[in-house]
Design a protein around this ligand. Structure first.
Ligand code: UTP
Length: 288
């Protein structure tokens, strides 16, 4: 079985749900307490043992690449001012992991964004993490998925249970539980089913572990829901050919590309923060 060494993080979307904030600043660069969303995601990748990140970017997203780059001028100024701790913190960010960028010239959909990574990923299984999807967990969500992959050796989508009346907002998975805790064998997937048509409450979140065959399938996938090339449609086609699993990860997921999801993430991550958690909790008590 091949080891998982690469993670693809698509950040080329327009972020319309977060306008006007996301007009000039990528939504992935919005701050959650003291770090941009994208840094939490790259840290999850690093904590899961991944060696290389493939960022799928677009025009106007260079702040993301700059955030993980070494800034010689800033480093020199911090050195002159004896700001050692800050300097070390910034150096650690630029040394986190190797990052390769690929441009998606038009936002043709998540499936198309992943397809752009085909030459860099090559013929090996890989992870996908959406650039605006955060998971708070004791064991990194990607690590949990890699542990399952080491048992089943096939593609995995991370899922969470959602109320049945909200399934129309998600990619929905149907499947049967298997002998491994929290795991299901996928039988069918539908992107944003019409309200009232879904019997499954297993919703896909922004974490996938995919076999490289997905690239061939994506190359043949035509635009689906919303006129975009949908990853879920390609996953259904892949699931018709070989086994695929859904995994109910252990943790809490936040859609930080949505205003309410973002606010929930800020509050929960602030409450968990090493130094800010206690005073922030006191503040919330005083206002609630
Ligand atoms: P979203 O649907 O959340 O992204 O896609 P979006 O299109 O940026 O946001 P809204 O719906 O307009 O507010 C999930 C992830 O896939 C990336 C996004 O950047 C986000 O991280 N994406 C989406 C791409 O990279 N390319 C695309 O064509 C579409």
């Amino acid at each position: 079985m091949q080891t998982i060494k690469k993670a693809v993080i698509p950040v080329a979307g327009l972020g319309t749900r977060f306008l006007p904030a996301s007009k000039a600043i990528p939504k992935e660069m919005m701050t959650i307490v003291d770090r941009p969303t994208i840094q939490y995601i790259v840290e999850e990748v690093v904590a899961s043992g991944i060696e290389e990140v493939v960022l799928i970017t677009s025009e106007g997203k260079s702040a993301i690449e700059n955030h993980f780059d070494y800034d010689f001028q800033l480093d020199t100024v911090l050195k002159e001012k004896n700001k050692f701790q800050l300097r070390e913190e910034l150096t650690n960010i630029s040394n986190l992991i190797d990052i390769v960028s690929v441009r998606q010239k038009e936002p043709l959909g998540l499936g198309h964004a992943i397809w752009m990574a085909r030459n860099v990923v090559g013929d090996e299984p890989f992870l996908v993490l959406l650039g605006d999807d955060l998971v708070m967990s004791d064991v990194p969500c990607c690590k949990q998925m890699i542990d399952l992959y080491n048992q089943v050796g096939e593609s995995i989508v991370a899922v969470q249970r959602v109320p049945l009346d909200q399934t129309y907002q998600y990619g929905i998975v149907e499947g049967e539980a298997i002998d491994i805790e929290r795991a299901h064998k996928v039988s069918r997937m539908v992107e944003k089913p019409a309200p009232g048509t879904s019997t499954s409450d297993m919703a896909i979140i922004g974490r996938y572990l995919l076999m490289p065959e997905i690239f061939d399938v994506l190359g043949r996938t035509t635009p689906g829901h919303g006129g975009e090339i949908q990853l879920t449609d390609a996953l259904q086609a892949l699931a018709n050919k070989r086994e695929m699993y859904a995994y109910e990860f252990d943790g809490v997921r936040y859609d930080a590309g949505d205003k309410l999801g973002y606010l929930k993430a800020v509050v929960d991550f602030a409450l968990q923060h090493r130094t800010l958690g206690k005073p922030f909790r006191d503040h919330l008590r005083s206002v609630c």
